[in-house]
Design a protein around this ligand. Structure first.
Ligand code: ADP
Length: 257
């Protein structure tokens, strides 16, 4: 538990640092993009060569902004658009995409408990997170294996790995290479990657960490070198949409003070 607390504090500090840098960097990029845009207009009738230079400068700036956006979402400085989501249905809706992404030699299997609790999360970002986990799993399986995504309700008591409470848990299991303890301990750090340059950015898991924490949930990795990995996302149970709507109903005049 102590190691976990130290890990959480470290991630908090890394998050603050990253968020600060990404935020300032984004502002500087806005100046760069604005400058290129002005130059493009001015030199619209200039040489084709000038146009080419400006085009590639703009492409570079666009890539840099995409990177800062990912950093900001890790640092939880990017606004989310949460909504009541049925996680079992969301995963079910992704099976075709996952089949296509993972290829024929990786079997994708999804399962869900009955009446999975709704959760309050940015739907688009959760889909992104699951796709990211699946791509990591594919990379760890070297073309062949099995990916399992299991969605179910979990009531956690005191003294467990995640804080006590009711959660919908999305567990993604692969039969890949697994992680050593050293890799597992650093896997959530931004820019930490064991993949060759150009293949890994080391931002996938840090971004997912940010999403889960911002949604009031938690994330756990269990892994065994040579056997495979399970990454579990815990999202707090969200009160039914109907109940929320009732709460917001204006009370009848007679009961107003
Ligand atoms: P990236 O995929 O760009 O390397 P991530 O943050 O998603 O960045 O992952 C960080 C590292 O964690 C990976 O480089 C890899 O070493 C390890 N990792 C992540 N998912 C898995 C997995 N399913 N199996 C084995 N190792 C993994």
């Amino acid at each position: 538990a102590e190691a976990q607390l130290a890990q959480a504090q470290k991630m908090e500090a890394v998050g603050q640092l990253t968020g600060g840098i990404a935020h300032d960097f984004n502002n500087m990029l806005a100046v760069v993009v604005g400058g290129i845009d002005m130059a493009r207009r001015k030199f619209a009738q200039g040489s084709a060569e000038t146009g080419q230079y400006l085009e590639s400068a703009m492409e570079g700036a666009d890539r840099a902004s995409a990177l800062t956006r990912r950093l900001l979402s890790f640092a939880r400085a990017e606004p989310l658009l949460p909504d009541s989501v049925q996680p079992d249905r969301l995963v079910q809706g992704m099976t075709d995409l996952l089949d296509r992404t993972l290829g024929e030699r990786i079997v994708v299997h999804t399962s869900a408990g009955s009446r999975v609790w709704p959760i309050w999360v940015d739907r688009h970002q959760l889909e992104n997170a699951i796709l990211n986990l699946a791509v990591n799993a594919r990379d760890a399986m070297e073309g062949e294996g099995r990916l399992d995504i299991d969605v179910r309700n979990i009531s956690v008591g005191d003294g467990e790995a995640v804080p006590a409470g009711d959660y919908a848990r999305i567990a993604v299991t692969d039969t890949g290479s697994g992680m050593s303890e050293a890799v597992r301990a650093r896997a959530f750090e931004p820019f930490f990657t064991t993949k060759p340059a150009g293949k890994g950015t080391g931002l996938g898991l840090s971004q997912i960490f940010g999403l889960v924490r911002q949604s009031g949930g938690d994330i756990r990795i269990e892994s065994e070198p040579g056997r495979g990995t399970t990454i579990s996302l815990y999202f707090p149970r969200h009160a039914a949409a109907g109940a929320v709507r009732r709460e917001r109903t204006i009370p009848p005049i007679a009961t107003l003070p």
